[in-house]
Design a protein around this ligand. Structure first.
Ligand code: ATP
Length: 321
């Protein structure tokens, strides 16, 4: 799909809310590589908007241009009504940027870190309630070096909130966190949502996009492949279930394509991903298939369609290859 064809999702029009961010034709090149390839989208106030895609898709570059950390080669960005490319300083006080937790200064304490960030802004919020909210009060005197991964991540989000911003940008916020720290982190984001904040988040975890985002732009190789609510993206597929199967020997792709109710087939060595709209019929047919050595299916995994399948359907690849 051409990038210029991707319009903001329906929920934009349905919500009737004003856009706090409008990105049009955004392009960024690094030498011969086009990292961001003319993408367009708009985000209404109060929405949690996700950029979902694999490593190298162009998510961070997109976010950093919007935040004013990098310059685009082409395109317009209107952020909180201001031209964010020409007039970066006008919005800096009103946005919150979560730095990667690795970029926190390890020799500072939790409290010193927050005070340092607060000193940058004209009207910072009080630090103590911020630490309480992020369950960091007990750690206030502890060096960043001694914090767990989840605590560092909470601190890095807290630093993004010292100026009580209207829009918060989170770049891959839960990468490297264990499942329970990730869940706690999601709860924090839900609190921000309940406060009416607009959240822009990049992730390569489809579960995260499904759990947190009102709308998701699926990115690959600098382009937006699809943009809508997670539910609509999955509903827009021509199938509702996915059957992943593997054989010891080889089986012609045509055999798989001819199975009942199969809408699409992706092949990977001697394994296949079958997209079906009648999983029982497809499985019944699959049980009859034999590979070139006369062996039946060796591995089988059946699931309802997810955002991962939207990505596979558009690109032929998995989100985490
Ligand atoms: P990741 O999750 O790995 O950060 P991403 O979707 O955020 O991936 P980007 O970091 O935006 O992707 O990178 C997009 C492409 O641009 C990649 O191919 C990357 O190697 C390249 N790239 C990013 N920054 C630079 C740079 N400063 N100079 C040259 N190439 C770059």
């Amino acid at each position: 799909m051409a990038i210029a064809d991707v319009k903001p999702g329906k929920s934009d029009a349905v919500s009737g809310r004003e856009s706090v961010l409008e990105v049009t034709g955004l392009t960024k090149r690094y030498g011969r590589l086009t990292a961001v390839d003319g993408i367009s989208f708009a985000v209404p106030r109060g929405e949690t908007f996700g950029l979902l895609g694999p490593n190298g898709a162009g998510k961070t570059t997109t976010l950093e241009i919007i935040e004013g950390l990098r310059s685009p080669d082409a395109g317009q960005i209107t952020l909180l009504g201001e031209d964010a490319v020409k007039n970066r300083r006008a919005v800096q006080e009103r946005i919150g940027v979560q730095l990667q937790s690795q970029t926190l200064w390890v020799e500072l304490t939790v409290e010193e870190t927050l005070k340092l960030f607060a000193a940058v802004f004209r009207n910072p919020v009080p630090i103590q309630p911020l630490m309480e909210r992020f369950s960091l009060s007990e750690k206030r005197g502890e060096l960043v070096r001694g914090l767990s991964g989840g605590q560092k991540q909470r601190l890095s989000v807290a630093t993004a909130l010292v100026n009580d911003p209207d829009i918060i940008f989170l770049d891959e916020p839960t990468t490297g966190l264990d499942p329970s720290a990730r869940q706690s982190f999601w709860d924090l984001i839900r609190e921000l949502q309940a406060d009416g904040k607009t959240v822009i988040v990049t992730t390569h975890y489809m579960e995260e996009a499904e759990a947190l985002c009102d709308r998701v732009a699926i990115m690959d190789r600098g382009q937006i492949m699809a943009l809508d609510t997670p539910r609509q993206l999955v509903r827009g597929l021509s199938f509702d279930s996915t059957v992943e199967c593997g054989f010891s020997g080889s089986v012609p792709v045509g055999t798989m394509e001819a199975l009942p109710a199969v809408r699409e087939v992706k092949s990977e060595d001697s394994a296949f991903i079958l997209f079906t709209d009648d999983v029982a019929a497809t499985l019944a047919g699959l049980m009859e298939v034999r590979d070139d050595a006369g062996q039946r299916v060796k591995s089988l995994h059946v699931r309802t369609a997810t955002l991962e399948d939207v990505f596979i359907s558009h690109t032929g690849r998995r989100l985490r290859d």
